[in-house]
Design a protein around this ligand. Structure first.
Ligand code: G4P
Length: 532
């Protein structure tokens, strides 16, 4: 690989931001984009409550409900870094989408409201990150408000998540008396000239904690002595800084700040960029593929139809794993077993799309999908034998029978259901013998049903009836089993997936036990062997 390409890959940083809704993920993202000059003013990503609109929110529904339903990708430059931020949906009903997005990231930033600490969604998302073993950075936000004791906060992370922490900075009080943070590495105090005026004038003052007189004059005797005591305590009792543990997600560098006031954000970005890894090698059938391999390779982690109603299209998002992508070159679609040219390659600044002619390992690009790609597919240089591990599917936990109302719209109903299922937003099953006008829709979170109804109406002009089923579990059957011969509880349903595989859905543990008891030797296989 030539040194220019190598340098370009080396400066790429690709990470995901996760948080419980309202912790400040959008605000932090916006501030990061501001530093990179990708947006010109605050409020671009998300305006005031009256005008709630996030650059990263695509769908009307998201705006209406004020939640981020699908994840988006934003690229910006900061100094000589090229940064790809993957935004993830905050709502737990979309954790499957989050999981796929995390597959494309090399690290994650977890934003936590310092007044609340770990919240349910932080918990769920953390476990998804931990499963991948990627570095996890923690940003405790909203220190300008009353917050919980910082020792409590890090203790909670350690005990709940079984992760070690290393505070990179330490808050000097919070709420109305919030003065700023102490940077442990540079041994400086970063203070707001006026933490509450809304002005962003930040002073960085070199300060030796042993110089009591100076510290007193800077912070006043009370805050000065509290800070000294607290730093002594974390220096003595806290974990050591260890790069290898950070790289494997065993130690989380912790930052305190206030995204809204832009406090501690630049500092965070600087440290983060120095600690978060450059594009990492990815495994292809157990063998690592270096990002610096000359040959291009990428995998698809997300498919999104109708992102923009003006262009009725479908975009496949891919993470480039090695080499350089070039616009007019022919590539090989491993699963489709054919050569193709990736058309309309683009990078995303959320809703803004920018046509590109080249991209590098670490980047996320979107390409036009004429309906040939599936999540998890690998695309590579012709002759490059590579196949990235598939992306596991979550087992649905809710099921409903969905039936079209207007038989004139049969085609649109089938198209909408199939396309949305191919995106991975829902999963569809069929009762044996049933046609495409009546499907069983399985979802991980019930909010996905709202998205489905909205999109079917908005994008395909179709309404339907929906009847919730009491079923909660889905199991696969071995292909040697003839489901019609099984003795099952009355409520147990035999269904087929789009590929014709046989599955059973159950409403409870007892009916699964029943199936096993009445059919000796019957194996109920996990929905997806890699699933959760
Ligand atoms: P999210 O993406 O994680 O859901 O959170 P978001 O950034 O939308 O922030 C949620 C709310 O918290 C917003 O207020 C935002 O202004 C506020 N916020 C974010 N960071 C800070 C901070 O450091 N300090 C304080 N005090 N507030 C912060 P909102 O009233 O819901 O919305 P808006 O009217 O400000 O847009």
């Amino acid at each position: 690989m030539d040194s220019t390409t190598q340098a370009l890959i080396n400066r790429r940083r690709t990470f995901a931001i996760i948080s419980h809704p309202d912790a400040g993920k959008t605000t932090l993202t916006e501030k990061l984009l501001l530093y990179g000059g990708a947006i010109q003013s605050a409020g671009t990503v998300k305006g005031k409550a009256s005008d709630k609109h996030a650059v990263s929110d695509w769908m009307e529904l998201e705006k209406q409900r004020g939640i981020s339903v699908t994840s988006s990708v934003m690229q910006f430059r900061y100094r000589d870094y090229c940064i790809n931020i993957l935004d993830t949906p905050g709502h737990q009903d979309f954790s499957e989408d989050t999981y796929r997005t995390l597959m494309a990231a090399d690290s994650a930033v977890m934003v936590i409201d310092a007044a609340k600490g770990i919240e349910p969604q932080t918990r769920k998302l953390f476990h998804v990150c931990a499963k991948r073993g990627i570095p996890i950075f923690t940003f405790f936000n909203k220190l300008d408000r009353e917050a919980r004791d910082p020792f409590d906060l890090i203790d909670e992370l350690e005990t709940e998540f079984g992760i070690r922490t290393y505070p990179m900075n330490w808050p000097i009080s919070c709420g109305v008396t919030f003065r700023g943070v102490y940077d442990r590495n540079h041994k400086t105090i970063l203070t707001f000239a006026d933490a509450h005026s809304g002005r962003n004038r930040i002073e960085s003052i070199a300060c030796d904690l042993n110089d009591t007189e100076r510290l007193n004059s800077l912070l006043g005797p009370e805050q000065a002595s509290t800070l000294t005591e607290q730093i002594e305590l974390i220096d003595a009792a806290g974990f050591e800084f260890n790069r290898e543990d950070i790289d494997h997600g065993r130690l989380s560098p912790v930052f305190f700040g206030s995204a809204l006031n832009n406090f501690g954000v630049e500092d965070f970005l600087e440290y983060f960029l120095s600690l978060t890894p450059e594009p990492l090698p990815r495994l292809s059938e157990g063998e690592p593929v270096s990002p610096y391999d000359d040959r291009f390779s990428a995998f698809i982690f997300k498919i999104q139809a109708n992102m923009n109603k003006a262009h009725r299209d479908r975009i496949a998002f891919m993470r480039i794993c090695s080499g350089k992508f070039e616009k007019d070159k022919d590539y090989y679609h491993i699963q489709g077993k054919r050569e193709l040219r990736l058309s309309q390659p683009q990078q995303m600044m959320a809703q803004e799309r920018e046509g590109i002619s080249e991209a590098y390992a670490g980047d996320i690009i979107g390409v036009f999908d004429p309906g040939i790609f599936s999540i998890g597919d690998t695309i590579a240089d012709i002759g490059f034998k590579v196949r990235y591990a598939g992306i596991p599917t979550f087992a649905p936990e809710h099921f409903a029978i969905v039936e079209q109302i207007d038989s004139m719209k049969r085609k649109q109903f089938a198209k909408g259901m199939t396309q949305i299922a191919e995106e991975g937003a829902i999963q569809i099953f069929f009762e044996p013998g049933a046609g495409m006008e009546r499907v069983i829709v399985g979802v991980v979170g019930v909010l996905q049903y709202d998205v489905l109804a909205f999109r079917m109406k908005d994008e395909y002009g179709v309404s339907y009836t929906k009847r919730d089923l009491p079923h909660q579990y889905i199991k696969r059957l071995d292909s040697s089993v003839d489901p019609s011969t099984l003795r099952l509880a009355e409520e147990t349903k035999w269904v087929k997936d789009v590929k014709g595989n046989d599955l059973l859905i159950f409403s409870g543990q007892w009916s699964m036990d029943f199936a096993k008891e009445r059919n000796p030797g019957l194996e109920l296989l996990d929905f997806d062997k890699d699933a959760f």
